[in-house]
Design a protein around this ligand. Structure first.
Ligand code: G6P
Length: 371
């Protein structure tokens, strides 16, 4: 088994470091030189795709957070209203589904019972179902109208890492493809985003190469009882995913919040020395960046220890960062691909230092095949 880990101590660590390759494979053959998307595998006709008037993304755990990121991207590029829902909540609210509803089921394993039951409900209601899945021939894609495979390769670590980043890639491709088929006004943007996506393997590699500070961070926070994660916009699901990883692997109480929500409650949790990871949106859009900086100032004034993930040349935020983790400059909607990496590494490292089994955390299963 040691050999299969390629010299890494854990499958999880190996899988974290495989992400540049996995993201590259997820993009391979899915667009041409001009940035036109080629997703022939989506066996729902263009006419049918043009009729879609609502998208509902379902999944559990990490897959649900990939869906939350996807909502921001897909709605922006397609202007189709898009909802995200936990798969186990979906059918119990009797969701409104028609032939023009596209249900996107995200599942690494393709066997999660909650997600499977949800798509069965959607199929019965005549919605179109598209799976985003990593496991060839698994049940969820078999029961869906179409599938986009994520091509991450087998994921052994129970906590999803390359599964998540390649789900993001598949969601981006789906959103761009829908925009292309429907001839949206964001058409010009498509080729530009595809070009940015092509740079992501190199960006992620750089984040991995520069990860020494994350290891120091894990040393420093050994013994922390509680850790918070703040983000906004596409960075909000990244905060949730960062917190989930810490719960799963280090068994530490961790919560992710939308930074704008702080003042509506969570700020009461801030006390001297509380570690708070802050995912700062790229500059120059919708004042999101500046509002995030205000939030960081607020919590720091109340004693929080801020670990700030921001664009590498973001000098504005540096004075408020107790620890600064530089990220490559990428478009806002793609930032989750780079921002998640240090959070995965932090949890993996902290759990290792605590002596936990990183690949098989207590009480968890890789794929939950019961409802
Ligand atoms: C389990 C795993 C999680 C995973 C979730 C969904 O709870 O421990 O890491 O995110 O299932 O799995 P799926 O295979 O459907 O993506």
């Amino acid at each position: 088994a040691a050999a299969e880990k390629d010299g890494y101590d854990w499958f999880m660590r190996k899988e974290i470091f495989e992400q540049p390759r996995a993201i590259g494979d997820g993009l391979l053959g899915r667009h041409d030189e001009a940035g036109q998307l080629q997703l022939d595998e989506v066996r729902i006709s263009d006419d049918e795709l043009r009729e879609i008037d609502k998208i509902i993304i379902i999944g559990c755990g990490t897959a649900n957070y990939a869906g939350m990121v996807a909502k921001y991207a897909i709605e922006h590029w397609t202007r189709i209203p898009c909802e995200v829902e936990l798969a186990h909540e979906f059918r119990y609210r009797d969701p409104i589904l028609t032939r023009n509803t596209l249900v996107v089921a995200i599942s690494q394993s393709g066997e999660t019972a909650d997600t499977l039951m949800a798509i069965r409900h959607a199929v019965k209601q005549k919605a179109r179902v598209l799976a985003i899945c990593n496991t060839n021939g698994s049940t969820i894609p078999r029961e869906s109208d179409a599938v986009i495979y994520t091509h991450a390769g087998p994921e052994i670590g129970v906590a999803s890492t390359k599964g998540f980043s390649t789900q993001l890639v598949a969601c981006y491709l789906l959103g761009l493809y829908l925009a292309q088929v429907r001839g949206n006004k964001f058409g010009d943007e498509i080729a530009a985003v595809v070009r940015e996506l092509e740079k992501m393997p190199a960006h992620v590699q750089r984040v991995l190469d520069d990860s020494a500070s994350v290891y120091e961070l894990a040393q420093r926070f050994l013994g922390a009882r509680s850790v918070l994660f703040l983000g906004r916009h596409a960075g909000f699901p990244v905060a949730l995913e960062g917190a989930l990883k810490l719960k799963e692997l280090a068994y530490i109480h961790a919560e992710g919040f939308a930074a704008g929500e702080l003042k509506h409650g969570p700020i009461a949790l801030i006390e001297e020395g509380l570690p708070v990871f802050c995912i700062v949106p790229p500059r120059g859009r919708d004042q999101l960046h500046d509002k995030m900086i205000s939030a960081i100032q607020e919590i720091r004034a109340r004693g929080a220890l801020t670990i700030v993930l921001a664009e590498e040349d973001d000098d504005e935020v540096v004075p408020y960062a107790d620890v600064f983790i530089p990220l490559p400059t990428v478009p806002t909607l793609l930032q989750p691909l780079v921002a998640t990496i240090p959070l995965q590494l932090f949890s993996c490292e902290l759990a290792t230092l605590m002596g936990h089994d990183v690949d098989q955390p207590r009480n968890l299963a890789k794929s939950v095949t019961v409802e």
